[in-house]
Design a protein around this ligand. Sequence first.
Ligand SMILES: C[S@@+](CC[C@H](N)C(=O)[O-])C[C@H]1O[C@@H](n2cnc3c(N)ncnc32)[C@H](O)[C@@H]1O
Length: 334
Amino acid sequence: MIKSTKYSSFLNQLKKNNIENSESKLYWLLEENYSEDIFNEKFCRLLNNEPLQYILGYWEFYGYSFFVNPSVLIPRPETEELIESILNIFSKKIDYFNEKRVIVDLCTGSGIIIITLFLELKKLLAKKYFENITFIATDISQDALLVAKKNSEKLTDNSIIFYQSDLFDFTNKNKYIKIDDFNKDSNNSNKKNIIYDNKQFFSEKIDILVSNPPYISIDDFKNLSEDVKKEPQIALTDGFDGLSIIKKIIDYSIFNQIDYLFMEIGYNQRESLENYLEELLKEKSKNSLLKYDNFNKLNDLSENNLNKQSYNFSIKKDISNNDRIFFMENFFCS
Ligand SMILES: C[S@@+](CC[C@H](N)C(=O)[O-])C[C@H]1O[C@@H](n2cnc3c(N)ncnc32)[C@H](O)[C@@H]1O
């Protein structure tokens, strides 16, 4: 137990180090009732401007407590709004789940999106509809996936399938890695227990694609505050203009005739994405899509199919009035 007489000394040290919101961060640490040794170790990390969430080792998202560490993005309230939008749509389309459906969370990080959808859809849908859903999550980072898998083991029945994959590589026989097992003991032994299963690759059609991809441009990334830069760079920026991964996700969704796409986007990306979508969905632009080589199912789509498909799309604002949620729906589902 930390003596309250030391409180002002701790607070002064934090303020001297220019730690933002020092009162509330100190409050969080004190609330944990750590032993003195552990408190001192965690307090030093706070003085070093490490994000509070990493120091605590957990953070709340949509009412659930998720493990977090420096391999994953810290859950943000904007992403709760993404979940809200998805649930809003499907609460009015419950019959959509009267047949087998596949939901994929691309760029899953700590797994907050897929796990929350699993838990909330379980509440929303009748058992027979819920059991029609296959939940899949992917990320390029093995360390992030270990956190996601740990969260899935804690919060779900462990039926969510995880793939380590560069974007849509998990749909390609030669490029995916399925993470099949997870040892809780220590970080080092975790890695040894990942099974590279070459027999079971993803071969179904994705019905619902959800993603919070890295969407900050490399220029904006350079101007982020020092504590945000302690989150993984690969989780924040695509290394280019912030739109490169978003555009690949849109392209894949259209070429593979996905029913629904939900994505978190940057506050300043509306105009670029509207222009991109309009061009993409116009007859004359279709040929230009062929230049991408990561569309695994491109050859399966006849010209006829391409001409028939059409998408409605919209961009919704978040609670701070910033453009934030990109929604695209196959015309035949609306
Ligand atoms: C913005 S974070 C989102 C994490 C989590 N979904 C959330 O909302 O908190 C983006 C995630 O994308 C992953 N990522 C970055 N590039 C990727 C790629 N090419 N393929 C798959 N995942 C990628 C990062 O490792 C990171 O976990």
